[in-house]
Design a protein. Structure first.
Length: 75
């Protein structure tokens, strides 16, 4: 435990940043394991949904249609 605190202090990494790195690393490992087991890879539709969610959450936008689709809205 002391070693972790020393390393965090030496490299100036905040505990929240360390948690973020751990979560991203675990998500990456899980994704590669799923790909290795013949799960489908991600596609652009997932990216569009994430971008739309960020715009709604952080910018307060309320789009009528999904990005790139002239039908089906998120409302």
């Amino acid at each position: 435990m002391d070693l972790i605190r020393i390393l965090l202090k030496r490299f100036r990494i905040h505990p929240y940043e360390l948690c973020m790195f751990v979560v991203v690393a675990l998500a990456t490992i899980v994704r590669f394991v799923l790909i290795a087991n013949n799960w489908p890879v991600t596609n652009s539709d997932e990216g569009n949904m994430g971008l739309l969610a960020m715009h709604v959450a952080y910018r307060g936008e309320l789009p009528i249609f999904f990005y790139g689709l002239p039908y089906m809205g998120p409302l």
